[in-house]
Design a protein. Structure first.
Lengths: 173, 292
C-alpha cells in the first residue's frame, strides 16, 4: 500500500521527452514527406502542408528552433516536394526573419490575430511560389492559385492544433 | 494571450551572442537560398544529380504506398464489377464484335499505308519503347504539374524523353534519377506541344493550363477550326514528341481557340511508356532549353 503510494503515476515526475529540441523540426520534415503520398491528380488544390506546419510552430513559439534551421528544413522540403531548389530555403528563412519583426511589434495576440497573420504569410508564400513558377516558364493566371490559398488558410487551424498538441507532448505537460 | 516572449535573452552575454549569431546564420541562409533559387531558375540542369538522387530516395516510398492504395481501390472496384456481370458481359461481347470488324479494316489500312510509304521511300522511325513504368505520385501541393514515374536512368530513361500511355501523351521527362524520374505533364503551363486536329489536320499548339486542362490555339489566325469532341494529336513538329499520339479532346470553344481535356489520365493509367525522342537530336536541344 505504501509502495503503491510512492509509484509515480499521473502528473508527477513528467519532464520533457528525449529529443525535445528536435521534435518541432522533425514534425516539419514529416509534413514535407506528406508530398510522397501516392496522390496522382491534375488539379493542385492541396495545401502546402510543410509550410503550414512551419508557420504553425513559429506562431506558437519563437524558440521552437533557431531561425537559421529554416534553411536546411526548406532544402529538405525542396528535395521531397520537387519544388525549384532554393525556393523553400529562401521563403522559409525570410518568414523566420519576418516573424522576428512581427514578434517585436505585436503586444497582444489571440487566436484570430494568429490566424490572420497565418493567412497573410500563406498569401505571401503562394504568391512567391506562383511568381517563381512564372519565371521558370509556367505563368498560370493568379486566379488559379486562389483556391489553394483559401484551402491553406482553412487548413491552418488543423496544423496549429497539431503543433500545440505536439508542443504539450514534447514538454511533458 | 500575450505575445510570445520571443528572442529576448535577458542579461546573459552568452545567450545574447548565440541569438545574434543565429540571426547572422539566418541571413546567411537567406542569401544562400537566393543564390540556389537563381541558379535553379537560370540553370536548372545544375541540380540534375541532386534532384535525381532525391527522386531515387523518395520514389520507392511513394511506389509502396501506391501499391497499397491500388490494392484497396481494386478490391472496391472489383466488387463493383461483379454486381452486374451479366449485362456487362453481353455489352462487352457486342463491343468486341464491333472492334474486331474495325481491327480488320485498320489492318488493311495499315498494310496499304506501309506499301504506300515504301513506294514513297519514307524513312520509318523506330518506335521501340525505352521503358515502361507506373505513375506513382504527382506534385499535388504545387502550382506545377509533375508526375513521378517508377523508371529511371537504370532503364535507359533520360531527360527530354516523351512519355505516353496506351491512350495518349502524358508529357516528357524533366528529372531522371537512377530508379525514378519526374515527368512534366501535358497539362503543365510550361509544356507546349505542337499538334494538329485529327479531323482535317489543321496545325495547332497545345499549352497546359495548370489545372488539368490544355489550351489549344490554331497556328493560323482566322476562323476557329475546332468543334466539340475533336481529338488533338501530336504533329511531330519539333522532333521531340512522335506524331499521331492523342493529346486531348476538345471540350469547350472560346473566341479563338479551344479548351481540351487530356486523353491520357495519369491517375487512371496503370503503365506509362517512355519512348525515344522522335528525332534524336531533339533530346539534346530539350535538355538545353528545358526550364522548370
Amino acid at each position: 500500500m505504501v509502495r503503491s503510494a510512492l509509484q509515480t503515476r499521473g502528473r508527477l515526475n513528467r519532464g520533457p521527452r528525449p529529443g525535445v529540441t528536435l521534435i518541432p523540426a522533425a514534425s516539419v520534415v514529416a509534413a514535407s514527406a506528406l508530398a510522397l503520398l501516392p496522390v496522382v491528380t491534375q488539379q493542385a488544390v492541396f495545401p502546402d502542408s510543410a509550410f503550414l506546419m512551419l508557420i504553425a510552430w513559429r506562431l506558437l513559439r519563437a524558440d521552437a528552433w533557431p531561425a537559421w534551421w529554416a534553411a536546411p528544413l526548406g532544402f529538405v522540403n525542396d528535395l521531397l516536394t520537387g519544388m525549384p531548389i532554393g525556393l523553400s530555403v529562401t521563403l522559409w528563412t525570410a518568414i523566420m526573419l519576418v516573424m522576428d519583426l512581427v514578434d517585436r511589434r505585436t503586444l497582444w495576440r489571440d487566436y484570430w490575430i494568429e490566424w490572420a497573420l497565418a493567412a497573410v504569410l500563406i498569401l505571401m508564400a503562394e504568391t512567391a511560389e506562383w511568381k517563381v513558377a512564372a519565371w521558370s516558364g509556367a505563368p498560370v493566371p493568379f486566379i488559379q492559385v486562389l483556391p489553394t490559398v483559401l484551402i491553406s488558410i482553412l487548413a491552418f487551424p488543423i496544423f496549429a492544433f497539431l503543433a500545440s498538441r505536439l508542443d504539450r507532448w514534447r514538454l511533458g505537460q | 494571450m500575450a505575445a510570445p516572449a520571443g528572442p529576448r535573452p535577458g542579461w546573459s552575454r552568452r545567450a545574447q551572442y548565440s541569438l545574434f549569431f543565429g540571426f547572422l546564420a539566418a541571413v546567411a541562409g537567406l542569401i544562400v537560398g537566393l543564390i540556389m533559387l537563381v541558379l535553379s531558375l537560370v540553370a536548372p540542369a545544375s541540380y540534375a544529380s541532386v534532384r535525381g538522387a532525391a527522386l531515387d530516395v523518395t520514389a520507392p516510398v511513394t511506389g509502396a504506398l501506391s501499391e497499397v492504395s491500388a490494392t484497396a481501390s481494386g478490391l472496391v472496384s472489383g466488387a463493383g464489377n461483379y454486381w452486374d456481370a451479366a449485362s456487362q458481359n453481353a455489352k462487352l461481347k457486342r463491343e468486341r464484335a464491333e472492334l474486331r470488324r474495325q481491327l480488320i479494316r485498320a489492318q488493311a489500312i495499315s498494310q496499304e499505308n506501309r506499301q504506300l510509304k515504301a513506294a514513297l521511300g519514307l524513312r520509318e522511325h523506330s518506335r521501340a519503347a525505352v521503358a515502361a513504368g507506373r505513375i506513382v505520385g504527382s506534385s499535388f501541393e504545387s502550382p506545377r504539374r509533375f508526375a513521378v514515374l517508377s523508371v529511371g536512368g537504370n532503364d535507359g530513361v533520360a531527360v527530354g524523353m516523351p512519355v505516353r500511355t496506351a491512350d495518349g501523351l502524358v508529357g516528357r521527362v524533366v528529372d531522371a534519377g537512377r530508379i525514378a524520374s519526374r515527368v512534366l505533364l501535358v497539362s503543365d503551363r510550361a509544356n507546349i506541344v505542337p499538334a494538329r486536329i485529327l479531323r482535317g489536320g489543321t496545325p495547332v499548339i497545345s499549352t497546359g493550363r495548370g489545372d488539368g486542362t490544355v489550351d489549344i490555339r490554331p497556328l493560323e489566325v482566322g476562323r476557329n477550326p475546332f468543334k466539340r469532341g475533336d481529338i488533338i494529336v501530336t504533329s511531330g513538329t519539333g522532333g521531340l514528341y512522335p506524331p499521331l499520339v492523342p493529346i486531348a479532346r476538345v471540350i469547350r470553344l472560346d473566341d479563338d481557340g479551344a479548351l481540351g481535356l487530356p486523353i491520357a489520365d495519369p491517375s487512371q493509367a496503370s503503365f506509362a511508356i517512355v519512348e525515344h525522342p522522335f528525332e534524336p537530336e531533339a533530346l539534346a536541344a530539350a535538355g538545353r532549353q528545358d526550364q522548370r
